[in-house]
Design a protein around this ligand. Structure first.
Ligand code: C5P
Length: 232
């Protein structure tokens, strides 16, 4: 699994996304398309960005009964994206159904990763709202091992959890980690952040970086800085 920087293209329209990507004349960054952009611009934007030569992480976080997720994943697989995801909270049968749906007739499929616990949830919320009494780290690790047991390729998690996920699920089970900020940058609404260099040290395989690149005065320079801290 090669390390890479994934840019979170959290734009409200297809045009804003193309304007942003047009700034990259020398490299073709791996991009993440999330719910906002997919709901606004539809599958066409996935096809267009793929045609431009980018790898795509389609971050739609599916969570439904196994049959519905299986059939929906089959549709996403036909878009030829590189990584898809779902919520591990849907259970092992749902994750297995997703894998079946993603697998194309020729046996190939996009990588599939699970969101363990959203980083917007903390111990107080999972205890008092979801009535989950275990420590949040134990829940994250259990959900990661469920994902591994179902045959998934990895998880989305906090960079601070990436090392422990690898200890429990193995080095080849990959970790995709948002919550990245430069040492001298704004933290914004993220609670627990690390720098690209620190994420590399802890063992993240992919970092997802949004505003530190998309809102930078020079996005291409900010992207290159991420790559040089995290990959090189
Ligand atoms: O702008 P920023 O770097 O904070 O963007 C991070 C991206 O990663 C956003 O698209 C956000 O939705 C996503 N993400 C996250 N935390 C999670 C899961 C996804 O920040 N636990």
């Amino acid at each position: 699994m090669g390390k890479d920087v994934i840019i979170a293209c959290d734009f409200a329209s297809a045009q804003a996304t193309y304007d942003f990507l047009d700034k990259f004349t020398e490299e073709k960054p791996f991009v993440k398309i999330g719910m906002e952009l997919f709901y606004a611009a539809g599958p066409e934007i996935v096809k267009e960005i793929k045609k431009r030569g980018h790898k795509i992480f389609l971050d739609l976080k599916l969570h439904d009964i196994p049959n519905t997720v299986k059939k929906s994943m089959a549709v996403l697989s036909s878009l030829d994206v590189d990584i898809c995801n779902l919520h591990a909270g849907g259970g092992i049968d749902m994750m297995k159904g997703a894998l079946e749906g993603l697998t194309r007739p020729d046996g190939t499929r996009p990588l599939l990763i699970a969101v363990t616990m959203l980083t917007s949830l903390d111990q107080d919320r999972i205890t008092n709202q979801l009535l989950i009494k275990e420590p949040i780290t134990d829940v994250v690790m259990k959900y990661a091992s469920n994902a591994k047991q179902a045959g998934l390729d990895g998880v989305v998690c906090s960079p601070l959890e990436a090392g422990k996920v690898h200890d429990i699920c193995g080095r080849d089970f990959f970790t995709v980690t948002p919550g990245i900020r430069f040492a001298d940058g704004d933290v914004g609404d993220q609670q627990r952040v690390t720098t690209p260099a620190k994420a590399k040290e802890i063992g993240s395989d992919y970092i997802v970086v949004g505003r530190p690149i998309t809102a930078a005065e020079d996005p291409v320079a900010a992207y290159r800085r991420c790559v040089s801290e995290f990959v090189d």
